[in-house]
Design a protein around this ligand. Structure first.
Ligand SMILES: NC(=O)c1ccc[n+]([C@@H]2O[C@H](COP(=O)([O-])OP(=O)(O)OC[C@H]3O[C@@H](n4cnc5c(N)ncnc54)[C@H](OP(=O)(O)O)[C@@H]3O)[C@@H](O)[C@H]2O)c1
Length: 240
């Protein structure tokens, strides 16, 4: 039997890279994408196995078409791309910033999924990487909740409409990845410590833990239409 072909959009860092590494360790043929060639080359070297890198911007229709024209049949598609725009207290939220956030995550993921359809094998899967902020009530995350909630809303109808192809999502809580490099180290550490104190498992997450959830959703042929929280319990209602 041929090794499955797994495409990880946004696979040159963080959760996407850890996912690519998990599939590569299983013997899959893995393609990772990202916009920065140097980052991509370094990730491909770290991931090892039968991994190739393809430089493309998931916000750019021509790049997406160029990618799918070259990539061949896909068994499992994982979409981990995003930007960081759209967060902050709602009263101060710049609506252009929120629109940019939708463009970088919601529209980028939707465009990629739509363009991938002719290339996915019927028994394959799509897994979106969204965020648990979509169904939590953290102050300062209304914009991110809207972006990720819009992606969550797609999952059940697409699972029915595209069947037998399976469609799922993982909704991570706070995960220690390079996404957080934009926050100064001292502030980031304080933020992670504060979150750890209020999270049932007592810490923030690791990219490998989200990767393992993605691997499970893609690998289980009887699971579709599911949004799986990977949060250490951070978004559970406490009754307070
Ligand atoms: N880390 C967290 O705490 C957390 C929490 C909840 C949800 N998430 C979600 O998890 C996903 C992965 O985040 P992460 O923490 O792993 O972030 P990350 O370490 O910054 O990785 C993001 C990856 O996506 C690529 N990428 C971003 N925009 C792209 C685009 N337009 N086209 C192609 N590639 C693109 C990046 O490479 P280039 O920059 O080179 O393009 C990189 O490989 C995101 O959707 C994020 O919203 C993360």
């Amino acid at each position: 039997m041929n090794a499955p072909h797994v495409v990880v959009m946004g696979g040159s860092s963080g959760i996407g890279e850890a996912t690519a590494a998990a599939f590569a360790a299983d013997g899959a043929e893995v393609t990772v994408t990202g916009r920065d060639q140097a980052k991509l080359d370094a990730a491909v070297a770290r991931i090892g196995g039968a991994t190739t890198g393809f430089r493309m911007d998931a916000s750019d229709r021509a790049d997406i078409d160029r990618f799918f024209a070259a990539c061949g049949p896909i068994d499992h598609l994982v979409v981990a791309v995003s930007g960081a725009a759209g967060s902050g207290p709602f009263a101060e939220l710049d609506l252009d910033d929120l629109a940019a956030g939708f463009e970088a995550k919601f529209w980028a993921q939707v465009r990629v999924v739509k363009a991938a359809l002719p290339h996915l094998v019927p028994a394959g899967s799509i897994t979106l990487v969204t965020a648990a902020s979509a169904h939590a009530a953290f102050p300062g995350t209304a914009g991110l909740a809207a972006i990720n909630g819009a992606l969550h809303a797609l999952v059940p109808p697409l699972a029915v409409e595209l069947a037998p192809l399976r469609v799922n999502a993982v909704a991570p809580g706070v995960i220690d990845t390079p996404w957080w490099d934009r926050v100064p180290a001292e502030r980031r550490e304080a933020l992670f410590d504060g979150l750890a104190a209020t999270t049932p498992v007592g810490r923030v997450g690791r990219p490998e833990e989200v990767a393992s959830a993605i691997r499970a959703l893609a690998g289980n042929g009887f699971v579709t239409g599911v949004v799986l929280d990977v949060t250490g319990g951070a978004n559970l209602p406490t009754g307070r």
